[in-house]
Write a protein that binds this ligand. Sequence first.
Ligand SMILES: Cc1ncc(COP(=O)(O)O)c(C=O)c1O
Length: 364
Amino acid sequence: MIKVNAPYITEDEINAVIKVLRSGQLAHGPIVEEFERKFSNYLGVPYTIAVSNGTVALYLALKALGIGNDEEVIVPDFTFIATASMVVAAGAKPVLTDINPRTYTIDPNDVRKRISSRTRAIIVVHLYGHPAKMDELADIAKDNNLYLIEDCAQAHGTEFRGIKVGVFGDVSAFSFYATKNLTMGEGGAVVTKNREIAEKVKLLRNHGQVSRYYHEVVGWNFRLTSIQAAIGIQQLRKLDKMNSIRRKIAKIYLGGLQDVDDIILPVEMPWAKHVYHQFTIWVKEANYRNKLMEYLKSKGIQTSIHYPRPLHLQPALSKFSLGSSEYPNSLEASRHVLSLPMHPGLTESDVHYVIESIKNFFKK
Ligand SMILES: Cc1ncc(COP(=O)(O)O)c(C=O)c1O
């Protein structure tokens, strides 16, 4: 079976984990701080606070900004649920917003429409590894005195006009889940240029503890382990290489599938560097999407749908829906998208086999 995604783990990660296990320091320790320093250097941002996963990274970002009290946060309707559910967890209200159907990222024009006197922040998601339109979104945030939060869970190394995402917002959240471009199995990070926000996140990550068993505020245990950080350090060393393999695979897909009229291929806008966390195609005839998925499965090719349900149709968030007619692009995307195998372990012949199989499906 050709997997839709898979972690890229070598002896480097295995040896690093063994070293930590032998060290006796398994929980938070100097290796976590080493990862934080190196990740900050990679992005070009002063503060990285490593946490347990991307979900709590979003939660802590909102908490550190003091967002709650039924205030409103603008979020895309087409993303993984954590982007919006953490707004609810923080005590605020997610205002679901439509996407641009070409980049699958939040539509700045729709953002403008959703701003009210209660709006405090905009969360942008660099979905699939393609950046959102950061200049326009940053202007909107500035003009309306809103915080800008970046959900970079799928965008390690993604660039907007030559600058890595994660540095545009007041605060950003990364995930290092098993399938991400940089993985630790589970893991996350909050990234910020702002020292005060960094201090708050650090405090909240570890029970509000300022010195041993002295707790200034109520917090949580959202720490990362040294085992995870050791994997992360090794992954970070080869992140650019892994991303360039993803981009090479994307190039083969784009070349091989360009004449297939039944699908729309992912775009890389002129201002973007896409890191292809997912290589997601749009099947023009919605009825064929699931059939293509089944056909590829019968050929030993795993695919996935990111995402089969927009957030406004999720039972958990339905009370925040303004009705499907408010999110036409998000709704359509959920019916048409299909993610093809994309990870650095794929061989060129795997990719050509996927291309040929898709062509065969549409020939029939
Ligand atoms: C866009 C987006 N936001 C947030 C998350 C949450 O990250 P995690 O799974 O590490 O909690 C994910 C990952 O699954 C994601 O894809």
